[in-house]
Design a protein around this ligand. Structure first.
Ligand code: MG
Ligand code: MG
Length: 260
């Protein structure tokens, strides 16, 4: 089912989106060399609870994961790219960390992910991965407007990632958002323009390009959740929730806080 928000629901979507953006920005500024992934999870939990929001992750138990996720945020480090389950690991300089957060407030969900390098070093491969997913996300958002097709977004994202030299895995991608986290339509990170569902005002989409440096193949960690690159190479992931408006697309999950 594809859910279209009515205009009266948009303020709530904006509030949930800004909350996700703010929590991610706050977690980014606190997650430094020496931070344990379990601390990030605890901070996320307290910020979600304090805001009167609900985690979309704690009880999430889809077919591709092993039982409920049981945590408040995904923390994917280096070769981990999606669904990284927080565990007892302390961040070191040069780690490539992806934080992915989805919460519900007032009945509307927002979903966003950021990748960044912990500490002061800037390994060029990691920088390139992050930059490619951010540019692909920008291109996907630019392609999202009323009357455009899902394939136009997929094509825009895929073109950037391919030109940057990455192969694309289509097992996981973007998705509709609304009263629940994962809805139709699916937004693959590559595709043909002019195909698929026609966008209309009130549709919320989570767009989420992600790449792995030298492979398109994932392996599942022993924890039953964390997805890693099959070769052990580094990975990156950028995600925003957007609302299709009469004029184009509005990014809902930008932080209102000053950048870390
Ligand atoms: Mg997400
Ligand atoms: Mg998502």
């Amino acid at each position: 089912m594809i859910e279209i928000l009515n205009p009266a629901q948009l303020p709530q979507a904006r509030e949930t989106g800004a909350l996700v953006g703010d929590i991610l920005q706050s977690l980014k500024s606190r997650s430094v060399v020496g931070t344990n992934l379990q601390d990030i999870n605890r901070w996320a939990q307290s910020m979600i609870v304090e805001a009167g929001a609900l985690s979309c992750y704690v009880d999430y138990a889809p077919s591709f994961g092993r039982g409920p996720f049981g945590h408040y945020i995904c923390t994917s480090v280096n070769d981990a790219v999606l669904h990284g389950r927080p565990y007892d690991y302390t961040l070191v300089d040069g780690d490539l960390l992806t934080l992915d957060l989805a919460i519900s407030k007032g009945g509307i969900v927002a979903d966003s992910a950021i990748s960044y390098i912990v500490g002061d070093s800037r390994p060029s491969e990691s920088t390139a991965l992050i930059e490619a997913t951010e540019r692909a996300l920008d291109a996907g958002i630019a392609a999202a407007r009323p009357g455009a097709r899902i394939g136009d977004i997929s094509h825009a994202i895929g073109t950037i990632l391919h030109e940057a030299g990455y192969s694309i895995n289509v097992e996981f991608g973007g998705h509709g958002v609304g009263s629940t986290m994962h809805q139709d339509p699916h937004v693959a990170n590559t595709g043909r323009p002019g195909r698929g569902y026609t966008l209309r005002p009130g549709l919320l989409l989570a767009l989420e390009p992600w790449v792995m440096a030298d492979t398109a193949q994932l392996v599942t960690d022993a924890d039953g959740w964390t997805l890693r690159s099959a070769t052990g190479c580094r990975t990156a992931h950028s995600e925003h929730t957007i609302a299709i408006t009469d004029d184009g697309a509005e990014i809902l999950t930008l932080s209102k806080r000053p950048a870390a």
